[in-house]
Design a protein around this ligand. Structure first.
Ligand SMILES: [Zn+2]
Length: 405
């Protein structure tokens, strides 16, 4: 009898271990949020200056997105300015206050890629100081390096969670004719260099490989041949995800499968924040992406775009910038001090939807809330029409706005 109880007990214990093991295997998931270009035009720098404290402060720019950004395991954006110290300058050679990176960190961003056409705006000093500032804030980065030693060890950024390892590489088509020189280094979109880097990356225990790439013609709604060719090149080399930026407008997104291998390309995410106010340039898209691992298989478990629009408004005699997730249903005429702003955001959202819903392959819009890692939420047109239903002629402009923190 005692023996029988013992063996039943053993079986129960074994089953319990098997159950716990299965649960841990099946719950392996990693989530990402990709954002476009963080620009730093002159008016943005002036807007961040706080007369009372005599300091720069960018916190309000990202505050409406904090919950979305911080809900991803890894939130990544392209930092398209140098943090080269003063004097702070906007276009054409950017150097923003360090507080811009502080606000990125506080909003929940984990990684800033730094390889873009503005990497060398303040020459080597700018490249080196930018990397030092990011290091001091514990912001992960790749794309530009203080020296070759740093490139050797940090070029492939490995992001890990739940036993899933994802590699990130970053390259730019050029640096506006401003050259870097030893010891600093900027990753250029050079096929021989990339081949070497990817060969080396493949020796690591990676589950997926992402390349963040700065490319394309500015203000074009579709990728050019250069982007398409490089995209195919990445695909042939076994890169899983390509995240593009630089055109300042959104370009289509493509998801496909070849020989059972998933491949996702975002040709351009557009602006994440900038002072560009013209149609199509006044916003961009964020991408939510998750991978799920079970046994030896790792697949994309979530992929969706979320349109974001930059709200620039005047308050207390100065301009403010805030990045708004467009499809949040809380906006109404009272949210904006100027009703034209609501119309502009609506136009941006309509343009983005009609462009992407026509030209995307296999990637749809997602709601700007709901935590990453939970089951996918697909957008229902009936959930967003608050903006569409508004009759702008009947709405009187109200000069008050809901209080923001
Ligand atoms: Zn650029």
């Amino acid at each position: 009898m005692k023996k029988m109880i013992n063996s039943i007990f053993k079986i129960l214990i074994l089953n319990l271990f098997y159950f716990l093991f299965s649960v841990s295997v099946f719950s392996q998931e990693i989530s990402f949020l990709f954002m476009g270009d963080i620009m730093g035009h002159g008016p943005q720098i002036r807007s961040a200056w706080q007369e009372e404290t005599k300091k720069y402060d960018y916190e309000e720019v990202f505050s409406p997105l904090e919950d979305i950004i911080s809900s991803a395991d890894f939130a990544i954006a392209n930092l398209e300015v140098t943090l080269a110290g003063g004097p702070y300058t906007g276009y054409p050679q950017f150097s923003s206050p360090d507080e811009l990176a502080v606000a990125c960190k506080n909003s929940g961003m984990d990684v800033l890629v730094t390889g873009n056409n503005h990497s060398c705006d303040r020459k080597n000093k700018g490249i080196i100081r930018t990397v030092n500032v990011l290091d001091s804030l514990n912001i992960l980065h790749t794309g530009t390096f203080k020296d070759l030693g740093e490139r050797e060890s940090k070029n492939l950024l490995i992001l890990s969670k739940d036993g899933i390892n994802v590699g990130v590489l970053n390259y730019t088509y050029g640096t506006n004719g401003n050259k870097f020189s030893s010891p600093a280094y900027v990753n250029l979109l050079d096929s021989a260099l990339i081949k070497k880097d990817i060969k080396k990356a493949k020796k690591e225990d990676l589950d997926k490989l992402i390349v963040y790439v700065h490319w394309g013609y500015e203000y074009r709604d579709f990728p050019n041949l250069y982007q398409k060719n490089f995209n195919r090149f990445f695909q042939d080399l076994g890169v899983d995800i390509v995240i593009g930026s630089h055109p300042h407008v959104i370009q289509p997104m493509e998801y496909g499968k070849k020989n059972n291998q998933e491949f996702l390309t975002i040709f351009s995410l557009g602006n994440f924040v900038s002072n560009q106010r013209e149609e199509r340039k006044d916003g961009g898209a964020m991408i939510r992406l998750s991978f799920k691992k079970s046994y030896n298989n790792i697949l994309i478990s979530r992929k969706e775009y979320i349109p974001v629009w930059v709200h620039k408004f005047m308050e207390k005699k100065k301009y403010h910038y805030q990045i708004l997730p467009c499809a949040r249903p809380i906006y109404n005429e009272e949210y904006f001090s100027n009703i034209e702003d609501l119309q502009k955001m609506k136009t941006f959202l309509d343009n983005t939807r009609s462009h992407l819903n026509t030209n995307n392959l296999g990637i749809k819009e997602g709601l700007p809330y709901g935590l990453i890692g939970f089951k996918p939420i697909t957008i229902l047109q009936s959930q967003v029409p608050e903006l569409r239903k508004l009759d702008f002629k009947q709405i009187k402009t109200k000069r008050r706005r809901k209080k923001r923190k």
